[in-house]
Design a protein around this ligand. Sequence first.
Ligand SMILES: Cc1ncc(COP(=O)(O)O)c(C=O)c1O
Ligand SMILES: [Zn+2]
Length: 445
Amino acid sequence: MKMTLEERYQKKFSTSKVWFDKGKSLFAGGITHQTRFTSPFPPYFERAMGAFKYDVDGNEIIDYVMGNGSLLMGHSPSEVTAAVNDQSSEGTHLGGASTHEIKYAEAVKRLMPSMERVRFTSSGTESTYLAIRLARAFTGKNKIVKFHEHFHGWHDYVTPQSGQSLGGIPKEVLGTVIVSPVDSARVEKILSEDNDIAAVIIESNGAHYGTFPLSNPTFLENLRLITAKHNVVFIMDEVITGFRLSAGGAQGRWDLEPDLTTVAKIVAGGQPGAAVGGRAEIMELMAFRDDEDWDTLGRVPQGGTYNAAPISAAAGIATLEAIATGKVNEKADTMANRLKDGLNDSFMKNEVMGHAHGISSIIHINMGLTCNCDRNLCSMPYEDIYRTMTPDKITGMRRAMLVNGVDMMGGRAFLVSSAHNEGIIDRTIDAFSESLNNLREDGVL
Ligand SMILES: Cc1ncc(COP(=O)(O)O)c(C=O)c1O
Ligand SMILES: [Zn+2]
């Protein structure tokens, strides 16, 4: 009898099971990030290079998770590795102001000029946390508006309605977060009726790295106008889109000027690191003023042992310099388009209802409904996306693709890098066709 996908998975990744069993007694839930689990256990990876990663069973896997979106140039690109290696023998923490932070901020500002002032942090979560704190201090207001499903990290203020649970979050905090449908008329209404709103924060390409796309640039342009009208700080979360949607991120692609921007992932070239930046008059609320009252009571505080740490700075600068040439994004986008076309062909040839869509180097799939969108910015309503991408389909697709040698982001997306080439993309499309067949045989499709 033919083996099921689960049986094939268990066999192909059998050594990973041993590692997962060890992990279960070390980590809560066996894993170190809430999305790293996949049923029945995750594959355990040991090393990576270019578009590939290698697991404990010796399997070569084509990677589209790409460091959760941080590796636009693929794994260990030579210029970034060289910069990291050079810095690691020159000091990994200089315990004070350093020339690295200046060069790093200049490299960021060069690509995102709306950042009149910059502050570095260690993660995207810290960046959105700091941006929200700055917005509160600037406006003297308390609440923030976020959108349904939009993910900005795991701190208290951005967790509601982000696809995460609410354990441990004070109800007082929940009371300061307004979750809006993705509808600019509703945002306008919320801002008109509530005078205590400090900021609107948005995932610039739509919830969950664009799984629920926005009708851009119109939606972002409308938000820019509405927030300006109501004196509310407009925070573009570019943790995913930063330096990917264009060398200048979503704001560069669509010529937008947010008040504050958060970036992470690509900005640190695969090392831990992130940043917040924006209008000088907001950012300068963090500066000391030689005024005791201000300095001890009014100033917006920020610490962070590893802010602009030399190795993250070195990796970030090397990455941003490569991106500034335009070649990295061009290659990744071209490969992503090839992938998108191939996936759409594959849906047709295999007579499976579904489609692939996406812009720049992020491609999403939907299975189970037809859609007449332009295959760039999908116009499917939230309800249809929930209906099409059910947990069994997402888990099934991730498992099937792993069995066929490909790791997708969450079983529903591909984060393409400049290390992917035509041959690798074509292998991916074949694996996808095979996976559709496997899922049909298993009764998931
Ligand atoms: C849009 C967005 N904002 C914020 C974050 C949080 O970043 P980090 O995981 O570095 O804390 C993420 C992480 O995936 C993200 O996608
Ligand atoms: Zn669509």
